[in-house]
Design a protein around this ligand. Sequence first.
Ligand code: AP5
Length: 212
Amino acid sequence: MNILLLGPPGAGKGTIAQVLVETGNYGLLSTGHMLRQAIADKTELGLKAQAIMDSGKLVSDEIMLGLVAQFLADNVAASGIVFDGFPRTLVQAKAMQERPIKVDKVIFLRVADEVIVARMAGRRVHPDSGRVYHLVNNPPVTPNIDDITGEPLITRADDKEEVVRERLRVYREQTEPLVEFYRTLAAHGDMVFQEVDAALAVEKVIAAITSN
Ligand code: AP5
């Protein structure tokens, strides 16, 4: 079963993906994490992506489709994948349909912009694994230290308020149309589409997803 997490930046896609992967038998495709790893490794892709991500814009469809194709070639054995951050444009979604990569369920995490801006200010991440924390809502056991590895947590460069607002603008323009795209496919019986109130606490969001 392939699950696609859709929603604005900071809606909780990474947080929910982490729980689904830990509790189910899923592989995880997180395009944001893959790009941040490429930046950390100073690869050619990372060098191209860094300025784009720091400005809140999207990396080109061509680069993203190549990255996802490579991930799928390397993970042929996965029985199901949680897609976090892909697709993010209609071009990417249509390419996924054409390949075809079957999507069984789309979970749309709905949350207002002001909640998102507050969440991003408190987000901390473990760069190697992509594990996500929040200073107040989901703190690590020891402040600023990853629970699993004991390594330091960081603040993402694109979590500055002005960049978050640009990411929200880009989301409305390029990613939000996917909500109707998938609603329509679900109406034809091609997949399940679930809309969840992602302003609720993480446990309630998880409960809403797993009870459906
Ligand atoms: P990416 O890393 O995918 O960023 P994003 O979609 O903007 O999403 P985020 O990771 O910021 O948020 P999230 O929804 O995962 O929330 P999280 O769980 O962390 O992409 C980064 C960049 O890469 C893009 O801007 C683009 O440039 C590029 N890129 C990536 N994919 C691309 C693609 N396909 N095409 C083109 N470009 C691409 O939660 C946020 C915070 O809130 C955390 O602190 C968390 O602890 C907390 N939290 C989560 N849920 C709750 C809750 N229910 N209640 C309270 N707090 C919560």
